[in-house]
Ligand binder design. Structure first.
Ligand SMILES: [Zn+2]
Length: 116
C-alpha cells in the first residue's frame, strides 16, 4: 500500500470514532424524543466502551485489559444508571443518585424517576 493510502486509511480510522462520538453527543443534546434516546443510549455507550477496549488492546500490552476492562464496565454501568431522559420535555440530564430517588428535570421540573 502506498504511503498516501496508508495515511488516508489511518486518518479515516482515527477520525471516524471522533465523528461518531460528536454525532452521538449532538443527537443526545438536541433530540427531544426521550423514548428513542432511551433505546439508543445503551448501544451508543456500549459502542464507545468497546471502541476504547479495542483501542487499548491494539496499542498497549494485553495485560492493560485487566485494568481497563473493569473500569470501562464501571463507566458503562454508571452511564446507564445516571442518564435520565425527561419524558415531558425530552431533555437529557445526569442524576448521580444511582439507586432511585426523585429525578427532577432541571428544565421543566417533571419527575423522571422510575415511579414517574
Ligand atoms: Zn423536562
Amino acid at each position: 500500500m502506498s504511503e498516501l493510502a496508508t495515511t488516508y486509511w489511518s486518518s479515516i480510522a482515527g477520525w471516524s470514532p471522533v465523528c461518531f462520538m460528536a454525532l452521538g453527543y449532538a443527537f443526545f443534546a438536541l433530540n427531544r424524543n426521550a423514548a428513542l434516546k432511551r433505546v439508543v443510549w445503551p448501544f451508543f455507550l456500549g459502542a464507545v466502551c468497546v471502541y476504547f477496549l479495542i483501542r487499548m488492546a491494539l496499542h498497549g500490552p494485553i495485560q492493560i485489559l485487566f485494568v481497563i476492562g473493569p473500569i470501562l464496565a464501571f463507566i458503562f454501568f454508571v452511564g446507564l444508571r445516571a442518564a435520565v431522559f425527561c419524558p415531558s420535555c425530552g431533555s437529557t440530564f445526569r442524576n448521580m443518585n444511582l439507586w432511585g430517588g426523585a429525578k427532577l428535570c432541571p428544565k421543566c421540573g417533571a419527575n423522571c424517576g422510575e415511579d414517574a
